[in-house]
Design a protein around this ligand. Structure first.
Ligand code: UDP
Length: 459
């Protein structure tokens, strides 16, 4: 009997590709054949290609995708991705007559992609979805009609205390990606329909684990019993290192720099792969970090700073480089950085992958959310898990250096009423994360169940 062949189709953004590739790695270690779809421009530009037998990268044209940054244009990208449907269909059909591999058994779609149901139905193959954000956020999507009267929620102070599986929270924390402009916004109805297709019994993989999101995971399973926690996906001692790796070029020199620092003495700063910050906020962050007296490692992507010309940017970077306590790089081996014993805190935009990676490493978070679901994730980290603090940002005035300094001192502090307590709770989550991915852990067991179900489907 040929092993199941899974075709993975990610949403083309780093925070979606990373967990998809990690999930594929796990499935491959369980005997699945994997074909991973890249968009052509990424494939040609920056991907390391795998030669391992169980994996194959295939690229399909992406001329239909917008040429500008993803930023806040999620819906526009999703609409444009419909243009890739035909090529994907052709690929699956061609594979059915490829003697070198078994036909595709299941397409693993990023859950953002709304046409997966119809696609798999037409081709008569199984469908599974990867949800790359939190289970809490998934619940908001499942119950979106309940929130309709509160959207758009920007600036609203209503307390939402009626969502199954979620504690009370302020309406202004709702993700911007769920919002609609007005009652008649067709995009909003499309979103509702998209989330309806994640109900029923389709497999939905969530990159989370039980102790991280107990109540939301339980409530998500009430809606769809096949919503399963399989995380943290990046964190797995049981999977052998393979060549299946996709990311921009990492600057590993920072690991040697970290080796020279004292334990828990460094603040790691990163805003992920998409978010931007204003030049003036960046200056305040730098001043706050410098005044705190703590060492820091800061990822400043080429496109991170908005509102500065090239000269101002270069002068700013040069100023930081003169600071003996700071190091800037353009892309970090983030998981390794967070696992390094010198890192004491993570100043993060709170993208879900970064949040999970930080807490799985036992590192508390200085939360500075920018957009999408980052404000909502921050509320989970600060108010529910109590493993981080907020860096406040005034509407007009932006971030203030003295506040950054205070928060950094607080989290890096070693007395019992400050950082130590956050660190203790983060370490508990680290232990739980480790337990979950081990052979008797619940995230691992969930994947084994999926594998069994898919093998049955093949028989
Ligand atoms: N990342 C990385 N190096 C960096 C910055 C980010 O490897 O210098 C990775 C990070 O580990 C995470 C992903 O990029 O897996 C970012 O995903 P996240 O959900 O945190 O944020 P997004 O980029 O989607 O806003």
């Amino acid at each position: 009997m040929a092993p199941p062949h899974v075709l993975a189709f990610p949403f083309p953004a780093q925070g979606h590709i990373n967990p998809m590739i990690l999930l594929c790695r796990k499935l491959a270690s369980m005997g699945f054949i994997i074909t991973f779809i890249n968009t052509r421009s990424r494939h040609e530009q920056e991907f390391k290609k795998s030669t391992a037998l169980a994996y194959r990268f295939v690229s399909i044209p992406d001329d239909c995708l917008p040429k500008h940054r993803l930023g806040n244009n999620l819906q526009m990208f999703l609409n444009a991705m419909e243009g890739m449907k035909q090529d994907l269909e052709q690929l699956v059909t061609d594979m059915a007559s490829d003697p070198r591999r078994p036909p595709v058994t299941c397409v693993l779609f990023d859950a953002f992609i709304g046409w997966s149901q119809e696609f798999c139905h037409n081709l008569g193959i199984a469908r599974a979805l990867l949800w790359t954000s939190s289970a809490a956020c998934l619940l908001l999507c499942f119950h979106l009609p309940l929130l309709k009267h509160l959207l758009p929620a920007k600036g609203r102070k209503d307390i939402i205390d009626f969502m199954p599986g979620l504690p009370s929270f302020c309406a202004s924390h709702l993700p911007s990606t769920l919002q609609h402009e007005d009652e008649c916004d067709p995009g909003f109805e499309l979103r509702i329909q998209r989330f309806e297709r994640m109900k029923g019994d389709v497999w939905v993989f969530v990159n989370s684990f039980q102790e991280m999101e107990e109540a939301p995971l339980d409530a998500a399973r009430d809606v769809n019993p096949n919503c399963i926690a399989v995380g943290p996906l990046h964190f797995d001692d049981t999977v052998e290192e393979t060549q299946l790796s996709i990311s921009p070029i990492e600057d590993t020199s920072c690991l040697e720099w970290l080796d020279k620092q004292a334990p828990s003495s460094v603040v790691y700063v990163s805003f992920g792969s998409v978010a931007t910050i204003s030049y003036s906020d960046a200056q305040q962050i730098y001043k706050g970090l410098a005044n705190s007296g703590h060492a820091f490692l800061w990822v400043i992507r080429l496109d991170l700073l908005q509102g500065s010309d090239e000269q101002a940017r270069n002068e700013f970077l040069a100023r930081i480089q003169q600071n003996e306590k700071g190091l800037i790089i353009s892309w970090a081996p983030q998981v390794k950085v967070l696992e390094h014993e010198s890192v004491g805190a993570f100043l993060s935009h709170c993208g879900w992958n970064s949040t999970l990676e930080s807490l799985s490493a036992g590192v508390p978070i200085l939360c500075l959310p920018c957009f999408a679901e980052q404000v909502f994730n921050t509320a989970w980290v600060v108010d529910t898990l109590k493993v981080g603090v907020r860096i406040k940002k005034a509407m007009e005035a932006g971030i203030h250096a003295s506040h950054v300094e205070d928060m950094v001192r607080f989290v890096m502090g070693r007395d019992h009423c400050s950082g130590d307590e956050l660190r203790r709770r983060a370490k508990e989550l680290r232990h739980a994360a480790k337990r979950n991915v081990q052979p008797n852990g619940s995230s691992h067991a969930n994947l084994v169940n999926f594998a069994k179900a898919l093998k049955l489907h093949c028989d």
